[in-house]
Structures are given as C-alpha cells and as structure tokens.
Design a protein around this ligand. Structure first.
Ligand code: SAH
Ligand code: DHB
Ligand code: MG
Length: 221
C-alpha cells in the first residue's frame, strides 16, 4: 500500500472509531490561519495518546512540544477532575495559538503552557522539585531527544509511561550518516534506551495521514 491508501484507511478509522470533533477541527483551522506547520499528530494518533494516558490513570501529564495544542487537547481530555497537563513550547507565537485553542476546547484550567527552550524549563522544573508526572509525551526538537529522556526520568516515578513521536521518519533513522540533523538526535534516544536497566521500551512503526513514522513507548521501572 502507498501513502494515499494509508490516508484513506485513517479516514475509515476516524469514521468508525473517533468521529468528527468540531473543537479539534477548529484548532487545526486556527493553526493553519496562523501559519503553523501541519505537524500535529493525526486524530488516530491523538486518540492513541489519550487512551494510553487514561490507561495509566494519568493525573499529571508532561508534554514537550505544544505547537498549536492539538495533541494537548487530546491529552487534557484524558485527565480526570483536578488533573494537570504541563506543556512546553519554545515559540511564544505558537504558544498563543495553543492557549486560544486549548481554552476554546474547555481545557484551559487543566493546561499550563510554559514558554521557552524546553531544556531550560525542564531544568527549572527539576530544581523546583515538581511532583512526578504519570505520563510524558515528547514531540519537540529531535536533536534534544536524549536530553528530554534524562529530564523525563528525573520528573517521573516507577510506572510512568513515556512516549516519543517521530522515531522512524520514513526509515531515515537507519542512516547514521544522515544529513538530516533530526536523525542523530533520535538515534541517541534509542542508544540511551538500549540495555537501560531502569526503562523498558519498544517502538511501533505507523502509517497513515502522517505517512510512515512511529512512536517509541517506554515504561519506567
Ligand atoms: N505535539 C504537537 C506538535 C509539536 S511540533 C501536536 O501534535 O499537536 C514540535 C513543537 O516543538 C513545535 O511547536 C516547536 O516550536 C517546538 N519546539 C522545537 N524546539 C523546541 C525547544 N527547544 N523547546 C520547546 N519546544 C520546542
Ligand atoms: C516534524 C516534527 C514533528 O513533530 C512531526 O510530527 C512531524 C515532522 C518535523 O520537524 O519535520
Ligand atoms: Mg511529532
């Protein structure tokens, strides 16, 4: 099968299992109007994140890479009453779009957007001794994926689930000499998890609206 068929199957999955959602569609429309790159997770992927977060009973979720808040809305909806999503975004203009989208979705009170380079924010969060997160979704600059793993571990507890996006990149991660700067960062994540006694991990390749890519899933011991 080819990319167009993958996308048609995604449409079928959305029809059967997810349904239309005006709030999420409006968020994507606002992202487009604001000129944000269309690199949000797909609806099927957003619901996967939501189900995983619900499945571990997440009350505190950390997201690295907010963009316009599309995945944030999916994740915020996994939280029960009093739950919190902290989402980190470098670009203040993107964060403003996300703030409006998340507020419009009715999740404003549950979502804290922190602006700046995520490594700086994460360092501050560690220094402040923030309460451990139950679920972490990493989807920002791939060059820092290994650093984000280290911070996620410091902000996690036994049983915390970690999910990293874009770990396949149409097979591009196989090339150690790739001139795509995202590749070495992603490979460093795999290397950090190889034989890691504290974390059990796998990666799942995905196809669909977002072409051929994948998620890495990990569970803290
Ligand atoms: N999770 C979003 C998509 C995120 S795209 C969704 O699925 O809807 C990646 C985001 O990471 C972009 O908005 C980009 O600005 C942000 N980003 C890139 N480098 C960053 C950094 N150093 N710190 C924080 N955010 C960063
Ligand atoms: C890119 C980033 C993403 O997070 C994604 O899901 C797809 C593409 C990118 O930077 O190219
Ligand atoms: Mg991504």
């Amino acid at each position: 099968m080819s990319a167009p068929s993958w996308s048609a199957v995604d449409d079928y999955i959305v029809d059967q299992l997810i349904g239309e959602d005006a709030v999420l569609d409006t968020a994507l429309a606002h992202n487009r109007q604001a000129g944000l790159p269309p690199i949000d997770v797909s609806p099927a992927q957003g619901k996967l994140l939501q189900l995983l977060a619900k499945g571990v009973g997440a009350r505190r979720i950390l997201e690295i890479g907010t963009l316009g808040g599309y995945s944030s809305i999916w994740l915020a909806r996994a939280l029960g009453e009093g739950g919190k999503l902290v989402t980190l975004e470098l670009d203040p203009d993107y964060a403003a779009v996300a703030r409006a989208n998340i507020d419009r979705a009715g999740s404003g009170d549950a979502v804290d957007i922190r602006i700046g380079p995520a490594c700086d924010t994460l360092e501050e969060m560690c220094a402040a001794g923030e309460t451990a997160f139950d679920f972490v979704f990493v989807d920002a600059d791939k060059q820092n994926y290994a650093a984000y793993l280290d911070y996620a571990v410091r902000l996690a507890r036994a049983g915390t689930m970690l999910v990293f996006d874009n770990v396949v990149r149409e097979g591009g991660i196989l090339d150690p000499d790739s001139d795509d700067p995202k590749v070495p960062g992603t490979r460093q994540l795999y290397e950090a998890l190889k034989d890691n006694p504290r974390i059990e991990a796998t990666a799942i390749q995905t196809v669909g609206q977002k072409k051929w890519d994948g998620f890495l899933l990990a569970l803290m011991r």
